[in-house]
Design a protein around this ligand. Structure first.
Ligand code: GAP
Length: 452
């Protein structure tokens, strides 16, 4: 567990804001909720989509050495034997025979040695009812076809990476890519986590953005260092504070890894620094295993050197939900406003990530202002997500947009209908400038910046 952070714990406030303003809702809430599964509302889906678009742009569109892929969630069950997940994707668990709860074997709340008469259940308090640790697989199982029998078992993928490995030659041969090159995909993954929690930090259904970079053995260490640096730079480019990001090398390596490092973000409070992305040197483990289990050659043919080999893989694996949470935590602030009695809550999201780019407001509902404001909003809506609001005092309308991270507030006032200009208020500095209404699109586009 990380030590307590210097940054405040804003998680409870964020959960409440996220629900109130339509970012994130508990799944199946009217039925009492589903454990650690969340639904993204109108603003949340935009925010997470912006994160995924930024990743896709940086990893696929802006490069000529990475190809995109969208592999199916359901895969041949042998995939998970080859990958090591059937045998090794497990956590040691302890059951309480009295209250039927399950705990991870390393749960610090357990007193005594599980299996022994003195061991005490941390929930119901009964003694001697805790089992010895047993291995529990984290993959969700289901059945393919009409018969529910063991031969029909398939798994919901616990990572997207395997869809890339099994398509390595399909992609390489169809695109004629030469090593080094990568394959990237974004998709859902499922893990029956035993200790989920902290809102969307650890959930049972989540989205991963994974890239496997295929390299010549012997060059893997330099590619590993390159991707570590690239990925840190990407997190910074989203607006995550550099002093809340750090690398954490792995001391214990997974069965497939030659080297591994996490990028961690400081989530504040007792959660503190936690992994948001893993960068792994997976060697030739995955392709080698799939070659062995499928009986199909997964070698790369280096034509100029007339040489065949199984490439090594450098993997970058980041959670879309966890990055979204990091962005929300990073952006949340409460502050006083000079000259006002009421403070404000702000999501200081970078303009390119913010779900709504501008609020458009008529100062009052008369004198042609609503008509002009609606026209401004409709013009801008073709280029950006816009929110039109004519309800309540203008200060209240600004505050409502501050709270969801909208970077610009555009107000049509008495002068607007005379000279065709509007005011544009900056969410962070509160400064207002006058801009000609017919120049607004270019002005906002420039302030939002590029999608790099
Ligand atoms: N293919 C390698 C792999 O899956 P991982 O470290 O298990 O590696 C990579 O997962 C990333 O996926 C994590 O850094 C995290 O951002 C995200 N992730 C993993 N489990 C998650 C969960 N239960 N809920 C939300 N995000 C998760």
């Amino acid at each position: 567990m990380a030590s307590v952070s210097a940054h405040p714990d804003v998680m409870e406030k964020l959960v409440s804001l996220a629900k109130r303003r339509g970012f994130i809702f508990q799944s199946s809430e009217i039925y009492g909720g589903t454990g650690s599964v969340w639904d993204y509302g109108p603003l949340g889906v935009e925010l997470k989509k912006n994160v995924k678009d930024r990743w896709w742009h940086a990893m696929v569109r802006a490069r000529d050495d990475i190809e995109g892929l969208d592999a199916a969630i359901l895969m041949h069950p042998r995939v998970w034997e080859a990958s090591g997940h059937v045998a090794g994707f497990t956590d040691p668990l302890i059951d309480c025979r009295n209250c039927k709860r399950r705990f991870r074997a390393d749960d610090p709340a357990i007193k005594g040695t599980p299996g022994a008469p003195d061991a005490q259940c941390p929930v119901c308090g009964s003694k001697g009812t805790l089992s010895e640790p047993r291995m529990f697989n984290l993959m969700f199982k289901t059945f393919m076809g009409p018969v529910e029998e063991s031969a029909a078992i398939v798994y919901l993928r616990p990572e997207t990476a395997q869809g890339i490995f099994v398509n390595f030659l399909n992609v390489q041969q169809s695109t004629r890519q030469k090593i080094p090159f990568g394959i990237a995909q974004i998709g859902k993954a499922f893990r029956n986590e035993i200790t989920p929690g902290n809102f969307i930090f650890r959930t049972r259904e989540f989205e991963q953005m994974e890239m496997q970079f295929f390299v010549e053995p012997g060059t893997d260490e330099e590619h590993f260092e390159y991707w570590k640096a690239q990925r840190m730079e990407w997190h910074r480019s989203l607006g995550l504070a550099p002093d809340r990001l750090r690398y954490k090398p792995h001391e214990q390596l997974a069965h497939y890894a030659r080297a591994a490092a996490d990028i961690e973000f400081d989530f504040g409070g007792s959660l503190g620094y936690q992994e948001i992305e893993g960068i792994h040197n997976r060697s030739d483990f995955d392709l080698g295993r799939h070659q062995e289990y499928s009986g199909k050659k997964l070698e790369y043919f280096d034509q100029p050197r007339n040489r065949r080999y199984i490439p090594y893989v450098i993997e970058t694996s980041v959670g879309a939900d966890r990055t979204t949470l990091a962005l929300l935590v990073n952006a949340y602030r409460e502050e006083e406003v000079p000259g006002e009695t009421e403070g404000r809550t702000v999501l200081g999201l970078s303009p390119s990530i913010a779900p709504i780019k501008a609020g458009v407001f008529p100062l009052v509902k008369k004198d042609g202002m609503p008509e002009m404001a609606e026209k401004v909003a409709n013009d801008l809506r073709r280029a950006f997500p816009i929110f039109y609001d004519d309800g309540g005092a203008i200060g209240r309308r600004y505050r409502r947009q501050d709270e969801v991270g909208t970077p610009f507030g555009i107000t049509v006032d008495g002068q607007s209908t005379q000279d065709g200009t509007v005011t544009v208020r900056d969410r962070d500095t509160l400064q207002q400038v006058r801009v000609a209404a017919d120049q607004l699109r270019g002005y906002i586009a420039e302030r939002i910046g590029t999608t790099e």
